[in-house]
Design a protein around this ligand. Structure first.
Ligand SMILES: NC(=O)c1ccc[n+]([C@@H]2O[C@H](COP(=O)([O-])OP(=O)(O)OC[C@H]3O[C@@H](n4cnc5c(N)ncnc54)[C@H](OP(=O)(O)O)[C@@H]3O)[C@@H](O)[C@H]2O)c1
Length: 250
């Protein structure tokens, strides 16, 4: 298998949650390879700082402030992208949050927010990206940033809702892969499932997590994995890629 990311040069990628962590590292990686990358997140200052940092690289970073729990914000990003750059050919569904509320004593609003960011927004962005890819007969690629929590039930209290949302991501990725096969579309679906990654999400995690987060990956490791799956030839679909830090006992 010959790996090359060159066929994506100049193509349009949309990255949700591009203001920090895995999303920011991925945007940086793709811009470095000459892609036009549209990044959506709520923190305007962080997106603009990233755009400034990436000025002069082979590709370009286009910051778009928005909240992925608001459908209209996602639609605006896709509309702007279609009009200004062309159809989306790569979607990185990365925006995600950890729920700080357990089932016992938890708050419904926290559960809903987590489900809306981790699942509903992913579905909305996927629907819009597929519209671009199918209307234009593109060989697209949709990459869902999942988690080991999408495959195993993590230990400890407080992670029930997060784990449930990531199991949804596993299920949705598999369903959509089959749907593309049924429709005979050359659109790849990939789930990337990291173990602990040292990003800001950990600071917002419940304080009584029974997980050793000192054994961790870096955001760049996941961006490298994304580069790898994008670099595979059109006939090869990496459907699931689980990445754990060495020494992990989860
Ligand atoms: N770090 C880990 O250990 C780990 C492990 C497995 C999987 N993951 C997954 O990796 C993905 C990225 O997380 P990360 O670790 O890189 O954490 P992070 O640094 O906290 O990044 C999360 C991103 O999601 C965005 N986001 C959150 N809510 C949003 C909303 N309502 N609207 C728009 N954007 C929103 C944040 O941007 P704003 O706050 O600016 O909106 C931020 O850019 C998540 O899906 C997470 O579940 C992480």
């Amino acid at each position: 298998m010959v790996l090359s990311i060159d066929r994506w040069f100049g193509k349009v990628a949309i990255v949700t949650g591009a203001s920090s962590g895995i999303g920011a590292a991925t945007a940086e990686k793709l811009v470095g390879h000459g892609l036009q990358v549209v990044g959506i997140a709520r923190r305007k200052d962080r997106l603009e700082a990233l755009a400034k940092k990436l000025t002069g690289k082979k590709g370009k970073f286009h910051p778009m402030t928005g909240d992925v729990t608001k459908e209209q914000d996602i639609l605006n990003v896709f509309d702007w992208t279609r009009k200004n750059l062309g159809p989306c050919q790569i979607l990185i569904n990365n925006a995600g949050i950890i729920c700080n509320s357990a089932i016992i004593g938890g708050k419904t609003e926290d559960w809903l927010q987590t489900i809306n960011v981790n699942v509903v927004a992913l579905c909305t962005a996927t629907r819009e990206a597929l519209k671009d890819m199918m209307d234009n007969n593109l060989e697209g690629h949709i990459i869902n940033i999942n988690s080991i929590a999408g495959h195993y039930i993590l230990p400890g209290p407080n992670l029930e809702i997060y784990t449930a949302t990531k199991h949804c991501v596993t299920s949705l990725t598999e369903s959509m892969r089959k749907e593309m096969g049924r429709l005979q579309k050359k659109i790849k679906f990939t789930s990337i499932s990291p173990g602990v990654v040292a990003t800001e999400i950990l600071a917002r995690a419940p304080s009584d997590l029974s997980i050793d987060i000192s054994i961790n990956l870096q955001a760049e490791d996941i961006a490298d994995a994304i580069e790898y799956v994008l670099s595979t030839p059109p006939r090869v679909q990496i459907h699931e890629l689980m990445i754990r830090p060495t020494g992990d006992q989860i």
